[in-house]
Design a protein around this ligand. Sequence first.
Ligand code: 13P
Ligand code: SF4
Length: 322
Amino acid sequence: MPVAEALFERVKNVVTAPEWAIARPLIDEINALKKERNAVILAHNYQHPLVFHGIADLRGDSLGLARQAAQTKADTIVMCGVHFMAETAKLLNPSRRVLLPSFDAGCSLAEAIDAEDIRNLRREYPGAPVVSYVNTTAAVKAESDVCCTSSNALEIVEALDAERVIFVPDQHLSRYVARHTEVQIVHWPGGCVVHEEFRTADIDAVRADYPEIRVIAHPECREDVQKTADMVGSTSQLIDWVETHRPAQVAMITECTMSDNVAARFPEVEFIQPCSICPYMRRITLERVRDCLRDESGEIEIDSSIAPGARRAVEKMLELSS
Ligand code: 13P
Ligand code: SF4
């Protein structure tokens, strides 16, 4: 079967025929530009199925994307994700060109804390190391001891061998870590606008309608929501769980575009859930990817006064994470 038809076959349950008719020439154009520029496209699990399945070379959660970015030999990296993910790729590839198709692709967590806040926390809790979630700006990373993602947060906190750790900025992830460790955690009141939308009532309603359903949730969800779930994990850990358990029905309590991407891989699993969409991730479209590759626009640059410190925090995470 020709490549384009095989691709439509994979996404046909989550992409309409008219959407595909518009997307097809753009996908061809992007694939040609990729070759011309010796570029690689990385896509986060929340990207639209046409981006995720249609044009991405490498896919994953924040940790997976950081690891893959660190290994690429391509001249240009296009990050189909949000700004902090593109910055992380650039920190790990200072000599390569990293392009972000839309600079509006931010993150409510990255906006929740700045470098001055970290300096104040250090004054308030002298000696306590700072673990910052990768969903932060490079300036915040530069003030931190180490970064973490939702898939290795507990491992990183425990690897520091400290009695007390400052964990910023997501309060739900930090409370998840605190529930699983003896280390004393200093929290920060940041939150993800997408995950904070979910309520236990949404989950109770789904369970009432589908008594056999399995419910799995991201640790950026509120604590009560996490506690009602059968499993809590990063986006890739949620996907791996579906792959291993193959439930007849599942509700993934996270950004809901991801379910479409996973449904395309596991057509025998029924995905049912309350929906919350990340407005920042939606800024990445096929048109914008085409434009940034064609015009070599949207290049990420990190101030030389903060890049070395931020790189050290990201590299330390990769070193400490199994
Ligand atoms: P993951 O690292 O689990 O992919 O999470 C990133 C994110 O932004 C979740 O909202
Ligand atoms: Fe940020 Fe939440 Fe969007 Fe993830 S889903 S990028 S944490 S706003």
